[in-house]
Structures are given as structure tokens and as C-alpha cells.
Design a protein around this ligand. Structure first.
Ligand code: FES
Ligand SMILES: [Fe+2]
Length: 419
């Protein structure tokens, strides 16, 4: 292994990938691929970590592990949000050691009690307090962008500049849903027993949605352009219902003045993304079992319930559903090559009261069930693709977003490795 060259090794693996097919097994379990993923994907791109609602008060923080980088985000006393490397400038201990918590105006490293102000400057060097030792030292900042209340970080020295383009194009879509005026109704962490790419692939298609009975109450799984001539009789019946729902939804969308046009930008750029407002089944209001709103106090100043679901996908680690009554955010964090944390957060209007405006069980039922089903799909695929007999099979046309994810991954790995 002495002459192991990651560039030629990963290049050969990428070359072995057949476009339009599932990925070869190595992409899901090879530790060298996983190391390259952390270095070239997770350490170089914008990652969604949290919404502002997760750190509502001054001093609130949340800590993350991005590959080898411990970092944290912090709500400062002036109300703004900052991100820092969670590595002490003395001898390197992690400073904030819980996943979330509250700090005062001084952040103290538990090891030798160096203290930092909320801007990261060293203000105290512990017992003896010889601050001269630390003159000019401060916590290293992490790049942070706030997309209408959704917080993205990038640990690279020079983060991709095209986040600004995403921001300019997506901000009008998010405006009505008032992300910054929400509160967390519920957050659930689920560890999927699979590689992070399987988690993302699974999210990028609804070919498997027959395995989501709760979700199918509200979801038409028509995505992209549909040619009715290719549909079965049963599917055509659903498609007619879809067209009628779409007509009604359009009226609501126009009345509410919310954008709905699809933007397809999932590859061909570092900060890949896609958005589209989808029509929902039944009452068309929300992703609930009865397809009606779960929270009667709508988001922001919305008055139209039938807004469907605004989908937003961002590469490499997130997806979102914005409804009229609540928002779902999903953040994906690799734990190791075969374990992935999926963090789901349900956001509702900050003024909504549980038990009065919304019922937590109704709000969370569909996606709690769906997430567990997805975790099973991912775990089984991790096991199945480990077989020496596994041969990547062809993607169907409805899996076009999986193909786009592969293309983006291939592009970004080659860009990172300069191959
Ligand atoms: S490592 Fe933080 S104070 Fe010493
Ligand atoms: Fe799923």
C-alpha cells in the first residue's frame, strides 16, 4: 500500500461508474472513498446544518462534526449567527462538548479555562491569566450563509462562490414561508445503517414510494415532465386526479403570489440545487395523513392552505419541504462509511401553540413513519451491495434525480482531485 495514490485510485473507480446505473459497491464501503468524500465533498461544499429556529436565543449553540472538523454555530448577543471551529487555540481541546447548549458572554474551554468572547477572541487565559500569551489569537471562523433562516456552513478556506446565485434564485420561493419566523416543534435524529450516498440517493427518487403508505396519502409521485401515453391505466386515473389538483393548486399559488416554477441546477456547479412546488393529493394542504394542515396557524402571513409542497434539494446533504403550515428540514451527516445521521426538524409558526394550533402527533406522523421506512431501505441496500455478486443495475427514468446526484458527485470528486 506504500505507493497507494488516491488520485489514480479514485479516478479509476469513477471511470468504472456506468452513467445511468447504480454506483459500484466501493462507493458505499471503501474507506479510501469515504476519506475522499470527507475531504473533497464535505470539507469543500456548503452544508445545511440548521435553521435559525434551532438557536433562537442569544448564547444558544449547536455543535457538529464535519469529518475531522468539530465546529459550532452560535447565536450572538446582538442576534446574529456565527460559526467557528470548535478547537481551542491553547492545546486544541474541543471547547463546546455537548451537541447543543447555551453559553454566556464568555465561552470557556473546560480544559485549562481559556475564555473567548462571542466573536471568538481570546479574552482570558485561565488561572494566572497571562493574556499576553494569547495576543491576537481567536477561534478560527467557519464560513456561514443564512438563506432566509436556513444556515449553511463551509469549512473550506475558499467556499464555492455560487451559493450567492442559489440564494438569489431561491430566496423568492422561501419568502412566503417565513422560515426565520418559525420555532422547532420537533427534531428527530435517526442513524441510518448505510453510506451517506445511499441516504441521498434514496431521497432523490420516489420509485420506492410504494413502501411509504403514510406519505402516499398526500404525495403524487409525479415528478418532472410526465408523458401520459407512457402510463398504465391505473396511473392514468391518478394522473387525471393530479391534473385537477394541479389546476386548483395553481389558483391557490397565484392568489398567494408564491413562485412554483421548477429550477433544475443539481449538477454542473459546486452548489447544486433544485426546487419545485409540488401538487399534493386529497385536500392538497399538507403532508399529513388526512392531507389537511396540521397547524392551523399558517406560516408567516400566509392565508392560502393549499400551497402544496415546495421542495428544495441541495447538494450534498439536505432536502426540505415547505408547506403552508409547517416546514420540514432534513440534514445528512456522515458518521462513518456505513452510518449516516439523518436529522429531521419540523418547524411551525413561532406563535403557534401545541395542543391549540397543532397536534404534534398529527404533525410528525407521516415523516416519522417515512423516515423509518427509508432507514430500512438504506440499511438493506448497504448489506445487499456488499455482496461480491452485486452488479450495479440500470436506473429507471423516474430516478433521474439519482442520476443527477451521481453526476454532481462525479464532477465534484474530479474537481477536488484535479483529475
Ligand atoms: S486546551 Fe483549551 S484551555 Fe487548554
Ligand atoms: Fe423514501
Amino acid at each position: 500500500m506504500d505507493d497507494f495514490n488516491p488520485r489514480t485510485y479514485i479516478a479509476a473507480l469513477l471511470d468504472s461508474r456506468r452513467p445511468g446505473y447504480a454506483l459500484p459497491s466501493a462507493f458505499f464501503r471503501d474507506e479510501r472513498v469515504y476519506a475522499a468524500d470527507l475531504e473533497h465533498i464535505f470539507a469543500r461544499h456548503w452544508l445545511f446544518v440548521a435553521s435559525e429556529a434551532e438557536i433562537p436565543e442569544a448564547g444558544d449553540y449547536k455543535a457538529y462534526q464535519i469529518g475531522p472538523y468539530p465546529i459550532f454555530i452560535l447565536r450572538q448577543d446582538d442576534g446574529s449567527v456565527a460559526a467557528f471551529h470548535n478547537t481551542c487555540r491553547h492545546r486544541g481541546s474541543r471547547i463546546l462538548q455537548q451537541e447543543s447548549g447555551v453559553v454566556g458572554s464568555k465561552i470557556v474551554c473546560p480544559y485549562h479555562r481559556w475564555g473567548y468572547d462571542q466573536s471568538g477572541n481570546v479574552v482570558d487565559c485561565g488561572p494566572g491569566n497571562d493574556v499576553e500569551l494569547a495576543r491576537g489569537l481567536r477561534l478560527k471562523p467557519v464560513h456561514l450563509r443564512n438563506l432566509s433562516g436556513l444556515l449553511f456552513v463551509c469549512v473550506a478556506e475558499n467556499p464555492p462562490a455560487d451559493f450567492e446565485d442559489l440564494s438569489a434564485r431561491v430566496t423568492p420561493y422561501l419568502a412566503g414561508h417565513a422560515v426565520a419566523r418559525t420555532k422547532v416543534a420537533k427534531q428527530v435524529d435517526l442513524i441510518e445503517r448505510g453510506n451517506w450516498k445511499l441516504t441521498m440517493e434514496n431521497n432523490r427518487e420516489c420509485f420506492h414510494c410504494g413502501g411509504h403508505p403514510e406519505l402516499l396519502n398526500s404525495l403524487f409521485h409525479f415528478l418532472g415532465d410526465i408523458d401520459p401515453a407512457t402510463l398504465s391505466e391505473e396511473e392514468r386515473r391518478v394522473y387525471l386526479r393530479y391534473e385537477e389538483s394541479r389546476r386548483l393548486a395553481m389558483e391557490s399559488w397565484n392568489r398567494a403570489g408564491v413562485p412554483w416554477q421548477r429550477i433544475e441546477a443539481l449538477h454542473g456547479r459546486p452548489t447544486g440545487f433544485r426546487t419545485e412546488r409540488l401538487v399534493l393529493e386529497g385536500a392538497g394542504e399538507s403532508m399529513t395523513v388526512d392531507t389537511k394542515v396540521a397547524c392551523t396557524k399558517l406560516l408567516g402571513s400566509l392565508t392560502e392552505r393549499r400551497l402544496g409542497s415546495l421542495h428544495l434539494h441541495t447538494q450534498p446533504n439536505a432536502w426540505f419541504h415547505f408547506l403552508s403550515d409547517h416546514i420540514l428540514t432534513f440534514a445528512v451527516f456522515p458518521i462513518d462509511s456505513s452510518h449516516t445521521l439523518v436529522r429531521t426538524t419540523w418547524l411551525v409558526n413561532a406563535d403557534a401553540e401545541e395542543g391549540k394550533d397543532y397536534d404534534l402527533e398529527k404533525l410528525t406522523q407521516v415523516w416519522n413513519a417515512t423516515n423509518h421506512q427509508d432507514a430500512q431501505f438504506v440499511a438493506e441496500t448497504q448489506l445487499g451491495t456488499a455482496s461480491p455478486e452485486y452488479v450495479p443495475g440500470p436506473l429507471s427514468s423516474t430516478e433521474f434525480l439519482v442520476d443527477m446526484f451521481h453526476r454532481w458527485y462525479d464532477e465534484r470528486m474530479r474537481a477536488g482531485l484535479k483529475i
